[in-house]
Design a protein. Sequence first.
Length: 87
Amino acid sequence: MSRQAEITDALVELLLALVHKISARAERRVEKQLAAELKKVRSEEGILFKLATAAVDMPDKEHAETSMLALHLHQSSLVYVNTLLLQ
């Protein structure tokens, strides 16, 4: 094999190693971001529970309906976020 072919092979191997390393870093970064988003969603479940409890405990029907609407909107947004995370 000629010297030029050896150098070309070595450069291709270095390039492949670099691409692999960049890909692995990007994958780890995405996994960390997803984990952070999942933690947020889990804490959102607590908020949903508090909203539902507050809506049930409202003595005023108008306030209870408003709270239930807010609860529904919040829940819908969480479903949307979860859908995006799964894609």
